[in-house]
Design a protein around this ligand. Sequence first.
Ligand SMILES: [Zn+2]
Length: 389
Amino acid sequence: MVFLIKKNYKLTLIAFIALMVVIPIVIPIFLFFNDSEITNIDIELHFNGDTAYTYVADQLNINTTTFRTPGTQGREDCAQYFITKFQEIDPTINFMLHNFTIQSVECQNVLFKMNENYTNIVILGAHYDSRAKATKDSTNPDSPVPGANDGASGCAVLIELAEVLYSRMNNLAVQIWFLFFDAEDQGTDVGVGISGWDWIEGSTQFVLEIDNFYNSSKEDFDAMILLDMVGGTNLRFINEQHSTSSLLDELFEIGRELNYTSAFPSNPIVGTISDDHVPFLNYGIPSADLIIKFWNQPAEWPYHHTTDDDISHISNTSLEITGKTVEQFIYNNYYDTTDQYQGNFPWGDDFNLLDSELLILLMVSLPIVGIAVVVLVLRSRLKKKIPKS
Ligand SMILES: [Zn+2]
């Protein structure tokens, strides 16, 4: 081998340089062409942002003192509000209440099931509790948060989605869960919080007992999509890192295909959020969180965990963008004649940030290593050529 390399020294060198230069060029080209372009199926979307907006207002009006804080009458009345709304859609709709206790406070997740004759399940989720303390509010840190965006917006989209999907239920080859979580938003931030409470208590408790809510020998989960803070003005979703990337990517592509390029930017802000999708991911269900950048100043959503998270900062357009994107996602993947649709189902791949960082590192380091080797080889050749005195 060494003999061969010595003999074909020039050839080996050229091949080596070529390899070092070509690899970093070829990999991105391959990835670019391998990145499937998603084309939405041609179907009219019915989700209405104005209607969803009224569902945000309804939730805020349930109780204007403690809002939907865990353990309050407002929280109980909000659960009843969901039941009333879903029974308006279908008086016989199957709903299940999941009761649990955190810090001796009675809490409750609410689950509605649609199209139960199908054994493959997509979960659409949102938290409905509002935060007990506006810990990021400089003037009223002990006041409760109205939670117009942080809570009510996602729930409003779920109700409107249930209405539009129900009317096409017989064309959808999937069982859909509408799952409302209690006790998501009571943890500690900026050093303070509600004593003894953690984040995402409701979803964590639900997944611990998920076997009580489905038949694991017959049924299985395709995906879980979480909607959190989806109704604020200036809607711009982030690339949430816990999320199954093939699922989140598909939602972004669908949204961009619908011309929602501002809400689904091509180069989104990256963030890792402990949210209600995490317990489902840990359970093995591909899950994605549609959420905005709400942390650090200047935050894109400056009202997070303040008393200003009220109806005046809710946009019916943002609600509609979110709702129509999820509606299209369901049709793309489950509408009767969707043979032509090529999405990322079954959303097994997770191309995370680490992978892409590794790739960039490889692309940068390969030519450097290549050039270094070539320089070393040339130098050693040059030395050999200098005649000894
Ligand atoms: Zn929150």
